[in-house]
Write a protein that binds this ligand. Structure first.
Ligand SMILES: [Zn+2]
Length: 296
């Protein structure tokens, strides 16, 4: 065997092993890099979210590529929790608030204004004090699509005025009862300075009696993130909530609230200040509240 051939036979494996070692190191470095990128988002606050055009889901306002990649690597997802038909009374809202707080979660409470009687009025402050949002679910929980313009306005604007009188803030979000909406309902909500919110994930808590089934139905639907989860202020929901939030967190979900999209909301939220400056009449004097439509 010639000297040249021997050199080639000896050197070639060395060259190969060097390339393999370099590739292995690159993979290790890339792996550590991806893991570090995934971890980097762990302690950051969630991105800001807004409602999508149809109001059935949420989407980030700004989502830089590195942040999206970091969330995908770490399996982080985001969901918006909503609680309808309160205040319920009998301690149900308080139980829900305590469970939310235990999980560091917040929700939007779509309140039926006719339910805000004096015994549960303080609940409204407990909701906002806990960092949650109070929103409009109409005055009497009627089929709004069947109403004429004047009673429709009473149901929507009347409830916003009532919520403002109780909480000091006009609501920025509105959900029609049963999700029944129409161009007239949507226009009335916009005229009152609110965005319409629907949902894409139904916990089934209005018909399911077993808390475990409420948990399972919610988890089955909310797999992708960006969802709006519909729940209600009910004892069964309160029974299911701790397990539901635990399971969502185990699956990488973080709980987010939406940013208000409508520019006039800033003005609406500062309505009290403006009224003081410009001596505007109080909502109680001007409100077209649906006195004739309230439940007995
Ligand atoms: Zn409802």
């Amino acid at each position: 065997m010639s000297r040249e051939v021997r050199e080639v036979l000896i050197k070639k494996p060395q060259a190969k092993s060097w390339v393999v070692a370099a590739m292995a190191w690159s993979l290790v470095v890339a792996g550590f890099g991806l893991a570090a990128l995934g971890l980097a988002g762990n302690n950051l606050p969630p991105p800001k979210f807004r409602l999508t055009a149809g109001g059935t889901a949420i989407a980030p306002v700004k989502y830089p590529f590195w942040r999206r990649l970091s969330d995908q690597i770490a399996g982080r997802k985001y969901i918006m929790l909503t609680v309808d038909d309160g205040p319920r009374g009998h301690g149900v809202d308080e139980r829900i608030l305590a469970i939310l707080a235990r999980h560091g979660a917040h929700a939007v409470f779509f309140e039926v204004c006719a339910n805000i009687t004096s015994p549960v009025q303080k609940t409204q402050h407990e909701i906002t004090d806990g960092g949650n949002i109070i929103a409009n679910h109409s005055y009497d929980h009627l089929h709004l699509t069947q109403l004429r313009p004047s009673p429709l306005q009473n149901e929507i604007e009347g409830c916003s005025s009532r919520l403002e009188a109780v909480t000091g803030r006009r609501p920025a979000f509105f959900r029609p009862p049963w999700g029944q909406t129409s161009p007239a309902v949507l226009n009335a909500a916009h005229a009152a300075g609110m965005e319409q919110v629907l949902w894409d994930t139904n916990s089934g808590d209005t018909w399911l009696k077993d808390p475990q089934k409420i948990v399972q139905l919610s988890l089955d639907q909310a797999s992708q993130g960006g969802s709006i989860l519909l729940m209600h202020s009910r004892p069964t929901t309160a029974d299911a909530l701790d397990e539901l939030l635990t399971q969502l967190q185990l699956r990488g979900f973080r709980f987010v609230l939406p940013e208000a999209n409508n520019k006039p909301i800033w003005l609406a939220q500062n309505h009290r200040t403006l009224r003081w400056h410009f001596r505007m009449p109080s909502p109680a004097q001007t409100s077209p509240a649906s006195r004739g439509l309230r439940r007995a």
